[in-house]
Design a protein around this ligand. Structure first.
Ligand code: CUA
Length: 329
């Protein structure tokens, strides 16, 4: 088995060994029974006719009840581990991942970019928000026992908390073309102080939220998305404070403003119209790259600090608060 280097690894392994144990037990039991019965009930004389058997309530009850209990134990335990692994915690460090044939591109909440390498602090929950520029890939770190498909046209998320400093394999686990087998990388887990030092040795970029804010202005989003929305004369809804909140749509439906909703609203604005607004927003399909989309979303997230958005450092928050466009959000 690969090393156990995340908080979930032991739980996954314990479940795996339990399952393996059950499988081995029944394999041995069945093979032993076959051998025993072959010997014990072999034909002893030519023309011998076996004694007929007419059912056994006791036996049938046993082989219904015992497998049922075993199957349910696997189901309950499996569901428990599944929820631990796939319920994304709110208090996590946000890292954005974009896959493409055949590399992984990452961006840290403080702006640092990496290709096929991911530096993370140990003992901290890390949340990855992932998409791809082309085909389906799958982000797989065996030592952490985590794997998640990376799908074109939408965001998938996964999380982990690394427990040991070191270098760990990162694989693409979905066949994605000629160089799929070389779409690999390294996750470097560092002690928190080392991670801070690494970050400060690589700060030449704006944070995703800051880059998103710049894009928000250059694309002209500020013209319509005013703070206060319609009441302030805005032609588009206000974006501050919406992330993670329910949004009332035309026609009475309600959706939660998550990453996938924001993405759809940027690329296909007429798909879901917010109640009280008209479908006048143009599409930005083809005008923004996957990475820019993630930056726009990081910016919109940063306008809702209570959504548990860890991407906002205090420096970013101060920067955002003193921004000259503060009143236009
Ligand atoms: Cu990407 Cu396989």
């Amino acid at each position: 088995m690969p090393e156990q280097a995340s908080t979930i690894a032991q739980q996954v392994d314990a479940l795996f060994y339990y399952w393996l144990g059950i499988t081995l037990f029944f394999t041995v039991l069945i093979v032993a029974a076959i051998i025993l019965f072959v010997v014990k009930y072999r034909r002893r004389a030519p023309g011998e006719i076996p004694r007929p058997i007419f059912g056994s309530m006791k036996l049938e009850t046993i082989w219904i009840v015992i497998p049922f209990l075993i199957a349910m134990s696997l189901f309950v335990w499996g569901a428990k581990v599944y929820f631990a692994q796939y319920r994304i915690p709110k208090d996590a460090l946000d890292i954005y991942v974009v896959g493409k044939q055949w590399m992984w591109k990452m961006q840290h909440p403080t702006g640092q970019r990496e290709i096929n390498e991911l530096h993370v602090p140990m003992g901290r929950k890390i949340r990855l928000t992932m998409t791809t520029e082309d085909v389906i890939h799958s982000f797989y770190i065996p030592d952490f026992r985590v794997k998640m498909d990376v799908v074109p046209g939408r965001y998938t998320q996964m999380w982990f908390e690394a427990t040991k400093p070191g270098r760990y394999h990162l694989f693409c686990a979905e066949y994605c073309g000629m160089n799929h087998s070389r779409m690999t990388g390294t996750v470097i887990v560092m002690r928190p102080d080392e991670y801070q030092a690494w970050l400060s040795g690589n700060t030449s970029q704006l944070s995703p939220a800051q880059q998103g804010e710049q894009l928000f202005q250059t694309l002209g989003c500020t013209t319509c998305h005013l703070n206060g929305g319609r009441d302030a004369g805005g032609r588009g809804p206000q974006l501050a404070g919406i992330f993670g909140k329910p949004v009332q749509l035309e026609g009475g439906q309600t959706v939660v403003a998550d990453e996938n909703y924001l993405r759809e609203s940027i690329l296909n604005p007429s798909a879901k119209i917010v109640a009280g607004y008209s479908a006048i927003m143009p599409t930005y399909q083809g005008q923004v790259s996957e990475e820019q989309l993630l930056q726009l979303i990081a910016y919109i997230k940063s306008l809702s600090p209570q959504s548990g958005n860890a991407a906002m450092t205090s420096a970013n928050a101060a920067q955002a608060a003193s921004s000259p466009n503060g009143q236009r959000r």
